[in-house]
Design a protein around this ligand. Structure first.
Ligand code: HEM
Length: 119
């Protein structure tokens, strides 16, 4: 069970890598636009994150930190709203507002920082 949990954590990290990687390509040398791939990364991180939120495959006596998990879920929904609104602006031929673009990167890193630093 513990190994399976680590596999789900790996999938979660792949989702994070897809989201942050595709954002970073756009941020540094790219057009600062959103892509459908960011939504796939979010979806992968979100589904695997929800699976990790349940108390299974944990060492004896360990319990999930629901405050931390809830905070990450709120941030994930906010990122989804920003990416979704940016993608629909792009469809209409407009560009993503710089504040919205940078906020998506900042919130993604914030979620990774919460995962690692909130103990
Ligand atoms: C953009 C969104 C997200 C990012 C960048 C992210 C990032 C990460 C990272 C880097 C880890 C590894 C931490 C470690 O090994 O200790 C992790 C673990 C975890 N994440 Fe996420 N995460 C995101 C969204 C979510 C969501 C939405 C949930 C649940 C609703 C969630 C639940 C968890 C859980 C339960 C763990 C494992 C236990 C822990 O260390 O907290 N994550 N996440």
């Amino acid at each position: 069970m513990e190994t399976l949990r680590h596999v789900v954590l790996l999938v979660h990290l792949i989702g994070f890598a897809v989201l942050f990687g595709s954002w970073a390509v756009q941020a540094f040398g790219g057009q600062k636009q959103f892509g459908k791939i960011m939504e796939y990364g979010l979806l992968i991180a979100g589904v695997a994150g929800l699976a990790l939120a349940a108390p299974w495959g944990l060492p004896e006596g360990a319990e999930p930190n629901y405050m931390k998990i809830g905070t990450k879920l709120v941030i994930l929904v906010a990122i989804g709203a920003l990416v979704g609104s940016g993608l629909s602006r792009q469809k209409r031929g407009a560009s993503v507002a710089p504040a919205v673009f940078w906020l998506v990167g900042i919130l993604t890193v914030t979620n990774a920082a919460i995962a690692l630093l909130w103990r």
